[in-house]
Design a binder for this molecule. Structure first.
Ligand SMILES: Cc1cc2nc3c(=O)[nH]c(=O)nc-3n(C[C@H](O)[C@H](O)[C@H](O)COP(=O)(O)O)c2cc1C
Ligand code: SF4
Length: 462
């Protein structure tokens, strides 16, 4: 295994190892501080992070207001304080070593305000801001204003070029690095464009070489690329180290750091990670953000997959194509005759709530599931700038589209699982390589290493 050379990240010389930020509460101030203490980069999640009271107890989220826009304001205020609290913990735990980064989702609700407030209130505590899920045009300007380094997360050279041309070229000094996140391998939301086939992965090598070539044309020879997605043993990535076609590189780990003593996820979640097989992670389209995402195929996702499988096209008017009447609860609509048996089978199985999607199709669900969806929509706190599940829109109040019953409230489920909730009945993001926990000798007999041990293994190429 080649020796890893230190790299300059956020103005500090550190090992080229980055803990990827994970919301909600799958990375926090404590674990990111530990990564930084090891002279690496630790990243706490800026998505709905926990606040602490004077005794360092968690203050759980609370909402009092009646309408969604007001609840979003409550969410944003709590989020700002949560980020400041996490930054303080991270800074204290790091002993001033390494780098502390904060991770934001550009398409989350209130991102600009959160960033602005956190960077002004937590001055000197946060070395860099990473930001993905969408094209964060304003990130460079906002971070530069507070002399904080910024790191866009992109999945193609093209996306970075767009950001550079539109905005980042005016804010060169604080561009700390570019995170290339492999859209076929990384856990969480993936940046696959319409032109890319989710089932035809491309190797990161040629995409990284292209990114570096474009960055060199922009004069960014010394700006590191941080490679994320599907990284386990660095011995498998030796070709990427000291490679002039790729240049300065650091490696970001998202899934591996979850199984460490210091990781904030629950014991049940850690235990689940130890026992997964290849194929237990799937990429799917159900996220209310509209992005593809990579998560564990548990009961929560299986229900959504079954609902999607049962989907049929419909029309309000009878026609030659939509000739078969489907009657339920005093209502009739028309489906294709070839879908009649599929529809009836679901109704007979108790999926008696027949609900339209925004794509002129219907899905079938139980009364309990429909009631839960209605409750979740009514309790929406505007966690996203735009939501396909509830049709919430930060700009206009509503997107004008009908709510999508094939989706789910991501805030509710991630908050739950990030605070000890059921790992089968909530969304559990994971990278494609998660099955390797069950095979890697480091985790034999249920061993859970400390962050220090994990980093030592990684440095040895293991
Ligand atoms: C549980 C989980 C939650 C994640 N949440 C976020 C997030 O909120 N924001 C983000 O930019 N990336 C998120 N990611 C992506 C990671 O930061 C990292 O880039 C990715 O997991 C790397 O791929 P790997 O899982 O193969 O190591 C998440 C990943 C996981 C596994
Ligand atoms: S319904 Fe849920 S996921 Fe959608 S914006 Fe509201 S809180 Fe977020």
């Amino acid at each position: 295994m080649k020796n890893l050379k230190p790299v300059i990240i956020s103005g500090k010389e550190v090992l080229p190892l980055v803990e990827g930020g994970k919301g909600i509460n799958a990375t926090d101030g404590y674990c990111s501080g530990i990564w930084a203490r090891e002279n690496c980069v630790g990243t706490f999640s800026g998505v709905c992070p926990d606040q602490y009271d004077n005794n360092k107890n968690i203050i759980f989220e609370k909402f009092f207001k009646k309408n969604r826009a007001e609840r979003q304001e409550e969410l944003v205020e709590q989020c700002i304080q949560g980020c400041v609290d996490q930054a303080k913990v991270a800074h204290e735990v790091s002993n001033g070593k390494g780098c502390i980064h904060m991770n934001m989702l550009w398409e989350a609700g209130g991102t600009e305000k959160i960033l602005q407030e956190v960077l002004s209130r937590a001055k000197g505590l946060i070395n860099g801001v990473t930001c993905g899920a969408g094209l964060p045009y304003k990130l460079g300007e906002m971070a530069s204003k507070f002399e904080t380094y910024y790191y866009p997360i992109i999945s193609s050279a093209r996306a970075f070029q767009i950001l550079w041309k539109r905005s980042f070229s005016n804010f060169k000094d604080f561009l700390g690095g570019v995170v290339y996140e492999d859209p076929w391998l990384a856990g969480g939301h993936n940046g696959l464009s319409n032109a890319e086939d989710p089932n035809k992965p491309e190797t990161p090598y040629s995409r990284l070489v292209e990114l570096r070539a474009r960055m060199n044309e922009m004069g960014l020879h010394n700006i590191p690329i941080i490679l994320a997605g599907g990284i386990w043993n660095l011995s498998e990535w030796e070709d990427y180290i000291d490679n002039p076609d790729i240049g300065q590189i650091a490696f970001q780990f998202g899934t591996r750091p979850m199984l460490t003593k210091e990781s904030p996820i629950s014991d049940a979640w850690k235990n689940m990670l130890l026992n997964l097989k290849k194929g237990d992670v799937i990429r799917q389209h159900f996220s209310p953000t509209g992005f593809i995402s990579s998560a564990i195929k548990n009961t929560f996702l299986e229900k959504l997959l079954n609902r999607k499988d049962g989907e049929v096209a419909f029309s309000d008017e009878q026609s030659t194509e939509f000739s078969h009447p489907l009657t339920f609860k005093n209502k009739t609509l028309y489906i294709k005759p070839q879908d009649a048996e599929k529809a009836q089978r679901q109704i007979d199985a108790g999926l008696t709530e027949v609900r339209a999607t925004p794509d002129n199709t219907i899905v079938f669900m139980t009364h309990e599931d429909w009631a839960e969806q209605q409750k979740d929509r009514a309790e929406c706190v505007g966690c996203l700038s735009q939501c396909q599940f509830s049709s919430w829109s930060q700009a206009k109040g509503t997107s004008g589209k009908s709510p999508d019953p094939r989706s789910y409230c991501i805030h509710k489920t991630l908050y739950k699982v990030g605070h000890g909730g059921d790992v089968n009945n909530n969304l559990v993001f994971a990278g494609e390589q998660v099955y390797r926990f069950a095979q890697d000798p480091l985790y034999k007999n249920g061993n859970i290493p400390s962050v220090k041990e994990l980093i030592q293994n990684i440095l040895q190429g293991k």
